[in-house]
Design a protein. Sequence first.
Length: 131
Amino acid sequence: DTIVNLTYLNMPKKLIWFAMSASVFVYAGLIYFFENYAPIADKNNPDADMLFYMLGFIAFLSFIFQFGVSRLPIPDELTKSIVRYALLESVSVLGLVAYILTGYYEMSFIFLGLGLLGFIIVSPFSENKTL
């Protein structure tokens, strides 16, 4: 019997996790930049509330769906992780979209916080598995 340390095998997952979780901070920087230096948000949109809540609902669904990825019939763990990370990143992307469409500066950071929370929950750095 051979004991295989999965640390080496988890390296691509860790790199992908790091890159995609770091994108949350990029989106936060974009929202800050747009608000303070290059205003592009439509702050007079009469449908802003409806758009914001609709995007919030979609973001919340993405956050919830990422918990079910492990049940998908995908044999490769790396692929499952990428799908999970993409769902979490979509939460943050929807925060950027919500800001651009509604101009709700502070409220848009709720999306980014939810996405970052999800990345912390599924962090591959807390895994210590051996075969």
